[in-house]
Design a protein around this ligand. Sequence first.
Ligand code: ADP
Length: 486
Amino acid sequence: MPLRVCFVSAEYSPFAKTGGLGDVSAALTRHLARRGHDLRVFVPLHGQMELAGVDRHPVEFLQSLPLRVGQHEFRFSLQTARVPDTQLWIYLVDCPALFDRPRIYSDAPDEHVRYLALTRAAFECCQRMGFAPDVMHSNDWHTAFAPLLLRHAYAWDRQMFGGTRSVFTIHNIGYQGVFSAAQAGDVGPGIGIEALHQLDLGAGRINPMRHAVIYADAVTTVSPNYAVEIRTPEGGYGLDADLRARGDAVVGILNGVDYDEWNPTTDRYIPHHYGLDDLTGKLLNKQALLDLLRMPAAPNTPLVGMISRLARQKGIDLLLDVLPELLATREVRFVGLGSGEPHYERFMHGLQERFPGRATFYSGYSEELAHMIEAAADIFLMPSLYEPCGLNQMYSLKYGTVPIVRRTGGLADSVQHFDPATGQGTGIVFNDFDSGAVRWALDTALEWQGWPTVWRRLVLNGMRQDFSWDRAGAEYERLYQQLTGK
Ligand code: ADP
């Protein structure tokens, strides 16, 4: 039976994305729409969105609407935009005072107000459109007050929200959106101080994500293993006890991959297509990328790739000694793409300076280069400290680029350590968060790469994996059905 789903997110690929949240929001909602569910997707109209050529228009009867967040008064309008290459239209919440900023996220003092406004705008629009959702699905700290708003601020509207169940997805528990208790008034109207977490308030803070964990009808996270890890003191970042208290209401659903976007047989960004039956194109892509980056190398020289936010979470600390050592002692090439914390960027730039023609770092965001690296590299490096799901290791598998991952979160759910004796496994998986372990993993990869039949087996095992959204989407649908009884 088709369900009415209101989906709220700070990011939505390709319009606004800093990482997995954008990809997952887009892929999941596209899947649900294709399955015939009735969706209303709300995303901010961010100032830096690339919307040239996108079909979009104002929603006539939803213009210049008042919106209150605490004592702040705003006006917002709604636009509808068609997601490129689909029949799905989403809503962009146009409120320049809050969203016309140079970046999607900032550390401005009104950061919590911006996303409370988005969340409230979704409720207000549902009311004005006469859309009574079966499910209100919100994501990460930005929209984490949705379950509480549903129970308190909008509970009076039984006609619209009396039957609504809330789902909250944790894409990354490392970012909880904490702000000062002095701003408690901003959570209103309709939510009094007594509804907020009292211990946090006493400690002078408000934690949006904690409220979602407590109030949502179901809490999902993006891999089964991460669902276990966040219930432990090491992985829970202070929310583990609240998560444990929710028992079976917390579930892990491994993200899918959008194979319309990430598929070496059709990828629009790569010059040479290839697939399971013929890998010639992969070699040609490697040559093309090495030429482009002016990194001459023999065809069998291993190319190690990395695409990552440059944050502590991503395990860059483990590479500070290992990568220079590797480049100094072995015949390898390295290409990195990413941006983030300045000291990591300096490290990456330093590699390029120290090893010209052997290492290249592109600082910034490039969809095109990301696809090209996946298609060209032999080995993909993802040594994360923690990783809720991770997408690049799954892209790598599809592209025949052997992933080196740490056994954490979704990496452990999606990559199995290869065993040359049995020929089973899809990558190289190490356990300990130390440089010795990464060194071992890289040495192992380079050794296996020297045995063409073993390497080929490993590459093909990965390419045969299927992480399509059909599986993940069906799990979300089952959850929605269980919650709503529909
Ligand atoms: P996270 O959400 O923690 O950043 P994920 O692996 O879940 O990590 O998702 C990251 C997504 O963002 C992937 O699609 C990856 O290709 C993309 N990405 C990250 N950094 C860049 C970049 N500098 N340029 C292009 N794509 C990037």
